[in-house]
Design a protein around this ligand. Structure first.
Ligand code: NAP
Ligand code: ZN
Ligand code: ZN
Length: 348
């Protein structure tokens, strides 16, 4: 075991503060990673504040982890000391169910082991990337290219794969009109991927101040969802909508924007449910679906695609001591477009 610096929250209504955690000594299949950067996902806020009702405290959040390997176990063949590596939202799963065998470990029938707010198979709690190092089985560790700025790679481990996976699954590309709802961490990656796949992309936002950024990210159109006239004009216009909104909202307003046979995929996870009217679906034979991160194989595919196409997240760097303020800013939709913690700030 080794003792490490981390930041944890002791309870749903408390702030994050310095905390000590124990990491296991690497086993034969494990790698130990010196964490360099960790992105701040809105799921960190939902869970730190127990908004989904499944939180275990103390909690060390963080599942957008990039760092360098400092130790490898005797059976590790895929990685060597000094390699860049990434860890996303889960660090283990049953490995034998149909989903695991298909490489979609996020849908493991016994439940994936979350990178934090989870439980290892021996019952010990998992702690995430707001810490100096992490020990992970090589099977659940990703290769990270030396070609990209790794500060902007960290958010790919959640925001990247969560948007890449549904765009691929629903075969979004050339000739399709796509709307991305919510321009935050997930939304800005969705715009980059959808544009890269050849779709015509519209950003639907509550923040008028984000229009210029949306266009810089590659979006072709921008509309303000609070403006009833703009929403009316967009009715029936989109083949595919990726909904990344983190707070309570009305799904029907967005379903109305789909064209015949259109699909809205929900990736945002507001704590409160939304009522869906049958009329929002039956006229136009519309589909409402959801998507959860992505498996290890597809996450590696996404990282390789980003290295090839020079895609990274737009980041605002913070020290770990600024994490509570970063949460408050995210809740005001004020981040451009992902906070990333420089873990040097936890190492002294
Ligand atoms: P984020 O950076 O905070 O972005 C969320 C965006 O949603 C905001 O920037 C804002 O965009 C929009 N928004 C916020 N409140 C709104 C409201 N009341 N009405 C309408 N729009 C609103 O969050 P994120 O990290 O991208 O995460 C987004 C959601 O996805 C969270 O719920 C998170 O837990 C979830 N998530 C799901 C998965 C998955 O696997 N399905 C993975 C990761 C995260 P505008 O300013 O443009 O309006
Ligand atoms: Zn996340
Ligand atoms: Zn499984």
């Amino acid at each position: 075991m080794s003792t490490q610096n981390a930041y944890a929250t002791p309870a749903a209504d408390a702030k994050l503060a310095p905390f000590s955690i124990e990491r296991r000594t690497p086993g034969p299949d494990d790698v130990k990673i010196d964490i360099l950067y960790c992105g701040v996902c809105h799921s960190d806020i939902h869970q730190a504040r127990n908004e989904w009702g499944n939180s275990v405290f103390p909690m060390v959040p963080g599942h957008e982890i990039v760092g360098r390997i400092t130790e490898v176990g005797a059976h590790v063949t895929n990685f060597k000391v000094g390699d860049l590596a990434g860890v996303g939202c889960f660090v283990d799963s049953c490995r034998t169910c149909a989903a695991c065998e298909a490489g979609e470990e996020q849908f493991c029938s016994t439940g994936m082991v979350g990178t934090y707010n989870g439980q290892e198979k021996d019952g010990s709690p998992t702690y995430g990337g707001y810490s100096t190092d992490i020990v992970v089985d090589q099977k659940y560790t990703l290769h990270v290219s030396e070609k990209l700025d790794i500060k902007g790679v960290a958010p790919l481990l959640c925001a990247g794969i969560t948007t890449y996976s549904p765009l691929r699954h629903w075969k979004v590309g050339k000739g399709q009109k796509v709307a991305v709802v919510g321009l935050g961490g997930l939304g800005h990656m969705a715009v980059k991927f959808a544009v890269s796949f050849g779709a015509e992309v519209t950003v639907l936002s509550t923040s008028a101040g984000k229009e210029a950024d949306a266009r810089k990210l590659g979006a072709h159109q921008f509309a303000i969802t609070k403006d009833a006239a703009q929403m009316k004009e967009l009715q029936g216009k989109f083949d595919f909508i990726l909904n990344t909104i983190s707070a309570q909202h009305d799904y029907n307003e967005y379903l109305n924007l789909l064209t015949l046979n259109g699909t809205m995929v929900v990736v945002g996870v507001p704590p409160q449910p939304s009522l869906v009217a049958a009329f929002s679906l039956i006229f136009g034979r519309k589909s409402l679906a959801g998507s959860l991160i992505g498996g290890i194989r597809e996450t590696q595919e996404m990282l390789d695609y980003c290295a090839e196409h020079n895609i990274t997240s737009d980041v605002e760097m913070i020290d770990i001591k600024d994490i509570n303020e970063a949460y408050e800013r995210m809740l005001k939709n004020d981040v451009k477009y992902r906070f990333v913690i420089d873990l040097v700030s936890l190492k002294n």
